[in-house]
Design a protein around this ligand. Sequence first.
Ligand code: ADP
Ligand code: MG
Length: 436
Amino acid sequence: MVAPSSKCCSLFVDKLPNGSEKGTYYALDLGGTNFRVLRVKLEGTRSSTLEHDVYRQAIPQDLMTGSSEDLFDFIASSLKEFVEREGDISELSLDRRWELGFTFSFPVKQMSVSSGTLLKWTKGFSIEDMVGREIAGCLEEAMTRKGLNMRVAALVNDSVGSLALGHYHDTDTVAAVIIGTGTNACYLERTDAIIKSQGLLTTSGGMVVNMEWGNFWSSHLPRTVYDIELDADSPNPNDQGFEKLISGMYLGDVVRRVIVRMSQESDIFDPISSKLSMPFILRTPLIAAMHEDDSPDLEEVRRILRDNLEIPDVPLKVRKLIVKVCDVVTRRAARLAAAGIVGILKKIGRDGSGGIAGGRSRSDQKMRRTVVAMEGGLYTGYTMFRDYLHEALTEILGEDIAQHVIIKVTEDGSAMGAALLAASHSSYPVDSVQLL
Ligand code: ADP
Ligand code: MG
């Protein structure tokens, strides 16, 4: 079973938002394929709907491997344009700066709730001059260069943002899982259970533990030749092993590697397409589309093979074989993610067994309602992945327990949660914040 990675770290998130927050806050979400800017107005009472504006944009590929200044200037410019377009500058009094939650979803050594240094890049990003630098400071410098007077009040990763939003809406939320371009998870732990205690108490007496589970590995995890080759060819070999088996950045490429092997070892794709040898040409949404092709003739599979891989017409039985490959790769990913979720539930005693430390048996332990916040395009956009994940959860936990475990999608939660955390860690006391 999956246990937290040795690289996991407790966080300085000491005040989860509770609804008393007031004012207008911004958030930036950077950490994968898409980049989001968001603005939320908080009224000081917990609300089931939070009024917010959001702007999404794909991150230009060249910025992922360029210089830190270019990347941060780009996000500061997008933020400034958003503020000018959506915001009302007159809302801000002269003695106040806007406050921002920054969702930065790469491994970070957290120094305080609003600062941390980058440990390493993942998910295809590689900007060497950034490693070891303090992230919030880099963003604040870029914002200053762009003439934007804003302070980073919270620096979190996507899973922590999702947990904050999930917990705000539903206090039974005990963990958050991200399955998008990459994957990560965090959970609420009782402070006394944390050995590496370096954070602060939350108001509820718990602490948010950022697992960095994308980097989890175990000798029990079987790795195929395709996984080994994908890892060796990646910008971060020997790193993020769990992520490479599970997340959206990689699944399409695992499938592509299997098809390459099939084309080399048989003549079913004769002549061999040169497109097929291009890494990452087969994106995960394409394997989802092939997998979910329910036309009797597998027309969508035919179209994708032709248009995206330049593989001319292949017989139906070969198209069926490709669907099978998508199925196997996706099912493995979903089941591993489910095992990770059960690992968390076990750790915090929500798997119906009374917890790792608890001696009580399943039968005398009443299972509490347990909510896991979920976010990420792979989970929300790929029905078969989602179905396999749920199926595995039920299989591992048993139906009696699984019915108490609710997976709840927190849309834009990673950004929204960061804005809420900026509010709960605002340097302006609630009373001094004008209701806008
Ligand atoms: P991030 O915040 O990490 O950029 P998102 O949550 O926006 O990620 O999800 C984007 C990723 O999710 C894409 O890179 C892709 O891998 C995956 N994805 C998005 N839509 C689908 C889909 N329909 N089917 C399969 N995977 C998808
Ligand atoms: Mg995200």
